[in-house]
Design a protein around this ligand. Structure first.
Ligand code: GDP
Ligand code: CA
Length: 317
């Protein structure tokens, strides 16, 4: 049973941690946002969402932060600071090892996909991780103080600027990385992880061909709302959704996905929105969606698989 999940970073990784416990990881393909990537940060190619998902599934992520490696040290960053470099982007020493390795692989001509496969295999991750594209397509946030790379907006400026627009720079010239379209076509279940709909899922769907493949796919498509009670659990999804004129709610997320979504899992806190989401032709499943421990992650993952199976059975009958 092949399962395909579209994923950003922390929210997705937490969900996927549960998913690989309730299904065979070899049958899972995760298509990951690369809009957050920095192609040349101090000479390094950095791919935050790929690393968050890889580290989480490898069991080495920092559980408090949700990114970086647990127990990592920051000696290199301290030295860079002493040498007068900007150190707003937190890079741990072991984490830097990944960035150096990836950059070295890409400098010898490997694609991001090939480097991603080598890294996840070395770290013992059994499911397939595919970057959405092998081209560099930086997400840029247009704000009241100018246009910023997404990481600059998020980390350096701490989301303090007013969002006016979000641009996926160069995306119209990008193509899905090898295997992405085939995986979507052949999937038995498609999952949209509880990720930021604008800057995590948005870029994946904007790669030419991917959204159409999701629309055409025979598999039921199930999304988990990253918005609970009108607020993101963490991160700037609210500011970005507002900036794009989208209602900050489970219903707002459903509107973004309605052309291809079959089932939406929303939180108990949002059960009043169920009927307006069902009016869009989407089946709603109301659950506990806050993933505060492994048990809850597993339960949410099982709910998604069950909801997909139920939808498929209903289609057949
Ligand atoms: P990023 O790339 O690290 O920002 O990660 P994602 O885009 O994957 O995830 C960010 C989103 O995950 C935010 O909008 C959060 O609201 C959502 N999220 C994080 N933890 C949870 C959780 O426990 N439950 C749900 N439903 N959403 C979550
Ligand atoms: Ca991200």
């Amino acid at each position: 049973m092949s399962v395909v999940a579209l994923a950003g970073g922390v929210g997705a990784a937490r969900f996927l941690e549960g998913l690989v416990q309730v299904m065979s990881p070899e049958e899972l393909t995760v298509i990951i946002n690369t809009g957050d990537d920095m192609a040349n940060f101090m000479g390094l190619y950095i791919s935050p969402d790929l690393d968050i998902v890889t580290y989480t599934l490898a069991g080495i992520v920092d559980p408090e932060k949700g990114w970086g490696i647990k127990g990592d040290t920051f000696h290199c960053l301290g030295m860079l600071q002493q040498l007068g470099f900007e150190t707003w982007f937190q890079l741990g020493d072991r984490d830097l090892g990944t960035h150096i390795a990836r950059t070295a692989m890409m400098q010898q001509g490997w694609t991001l996909s090939k480097a991603t496969r080598a890294i996840r295999q070395s770290l013992g991750v059994q499911c397939r991780l595919l970057p959405m594209t092998d081209q560099w397509v930086p997400t840029r946030i247009v704000t009241d103080v100018g246009t910023q790379h997404f990481e600059e907006y998020l980390v350096k400026r701490q989301c303090q600027d007013i969002v006016e627009d979000v641009i996926f720079d160069g995306i119209e010239r990008a193509s899905p990385s090898p295997g992405v379209l085939e995986a979507i076509q052949q999937a038995k279940i498609l999952i949209i992880c509880p990720s930021n709909p604008i800057v995590s899922i948005g870029p994946i769907l904007a790669v030419p061909g991917i959204q159409q493949a999701v629309i055409n796919a025979k598999a039921p498509c199930v999304a988990i709302s990253p918005i609970i009670g009108g607020k993101p659990v963490k991160g700037p999804a609210d500011k970005l959704m507002e900036g794009k004129g989208v209602e900050v709610s489970a219903k707002g997320v459903a509107e973004l996905y309605q052309t291809f979504l079959d089932v939406m899992v929303i939180d108990q806190k949002d059960k009043k929105q169920a009927s307006s989401i069902e009016k869009m032709g989407i089946t709603v499943s109301v659950e506990q969606t806050l993933m505060s421990n492994l048990d809850r992650k597993k339960r949410l993952a099982q709910t998604v698989l069950d909801a997909a199976a139920k939808h498929r059975a209903k289609q057949k009958s």
